[in-house]
Design a protein. Structure first.
Length: 75
Protein backbone atom coordinates (compact mmCIF):
# COMPACT_ATOMS: atom_id res chain seq x y z
CA UNK A 1 0.00 0.00 0.00
CA UNK A 2 1.07 3.57 -0.67
CA UNK A 3 -0.34 7.08 -0.44
CA UNK A 4 0.43 9.42 -3.36
CA UNK A 5 3.59 7.93 -4.84
CA UNK A 6 5.21 4.54 -5.11
CA UNK A 7 8.42 3.20 -6.58
CA UNK A 8 8.53 0.33 -9.03
CA UNK A 9 11.94 -1.33 -9.05
CA UNK A 10 13.22 -3.91 -11.50
CA UNK A 11 16.45 -5.37 -12.83
CA UNK A 12 17.43 -5.75 -16.47
CA UNK A 13 20.26 -8.02 -17.69
CA UNK A 14 21.26 -5.36 -20.24
CA UNK A 15 20.14 -1.88 -21.31
CA UNK A 16 16.76 -2.02 -23.04
CA UNK A 17 13.44 -0.24 -23.45
CA UNK A 18 10.72 -1.04 -20.91
CA UNK A 19 7.06 -0.12 -20.73
CA UNK A 20 5.14 0.25 -17.45
CA UNK A 21 1.37 0.35 -17.80
CA UNK A 22 -0.87 1.28 -14.85
CA UNK A 23 -4.36 -0.23 -15.02
CA UNK A 24 -7.45 0.10 -12.84
CA UNK A 25 -9.40 -2.97 -11.68
CA UNK A 26 -11.52 -2.94 -14.85
CA UNK A 27 -8.38 -3.09 -17.01
CA UNK A 28 -8.57 0.53 -18.17
CA UNK A 29 -5.13 2.06 -18.80
CA UNK A 30 -4.65 5.08 -16.52
CA UNK A 31 -0.95 5.78 -17.18
CA UNK A 32 1.89 4.52 -19.36
CA UNK A 33 5.62 5.07 -18.96
CA UNK A 34 7.77 4.03 -21.91
CA UNK A 35 11.54 4.59 -21.52
CA UNK A 36 14.98 3.19 -22.14
CA UNK A 37 16.62 1.79 -19.01
CA UNK A 38 20.19 0.85 -18.13
CA UNK A 39 21.35 -2.65 -17.32
CA UNK A 40 21.10 -3.59 -13.65
CA UNK A 41 18.65 -2.24 -11.09
CA UNK A 42 16.24 0.54 -12.14
CA UNK A 43 13.50 2.46 -10.32
CA UNK A 44 10.56 4.48 -11.59
CA UNK A 45 8.48 6.75 -9.36
CA UNK A 46 4.74 6.47 -10.00
CA UNK A 47 2.70 9.54 -9.03
CA UNK A 48 -0.92 8.64 -8.27
CA UNK A 49 -2.07 11.99 -6.82
CA UNK A 50 -4.52 12.57 -9.69
CA UNK A 51 -6.17 9.16 -9.34
CA UNK A 52 -8.80 7.93 -6.88
CA UNK A 53 -7.94 5.57 -4.03
CA UNK A 54 -8.25 1.88 -4.71
CA UNK A 55 -6.61 -1.16 -6.25
CA UNK A 56 -4.49 -0.82 -9.38
CA UNK A 57 -2.17 -3.09 -11.32
CA UNK A 58 1.06 -2.36 -13.07
CA UNK A 59 2.39 -4.34 -15.98
CA UNK A 60 6.12 -4.18 -16.75
CA UNK A 61 6.96 -5.24 -20.32
CA UNK A 62 10.54 -5.72 -21.54
CA UNK A 63 12.29 -7.80 -24.18
CA UNK A 64 13.12 -10.18 -21.32
CA UNK A 65 9.55 -10.80 -20.16
CA UNK A 66 6.37 -9.34 -18.68
CA UNK A 67 5.36 -9.04 -15.03
CA UNK A 68 2.06 -7.85 -13.54
CA UNK A 69 1.68 -6.84 -9.88
CA UNK A 70 -1.13 -5.47 -7.74
CA UNK A 71 -0.76 -2.17 -5.86
CA UNK A 72 -3.08 -0.39 -3.45
CA UNK A 73 -3.48 3.40 -3.41
CA UNK A 74 -4.67 4.36 0.09
CA UNK A 75 -5.46 7.57 1.99
Amino acid sequence: PFKNQTIIGFTLPKAAPAKITILDVQGKVVNTIDRNYESGYNETIIDMTQLPRGVFYYRLETAFGTKTQKMMHIE
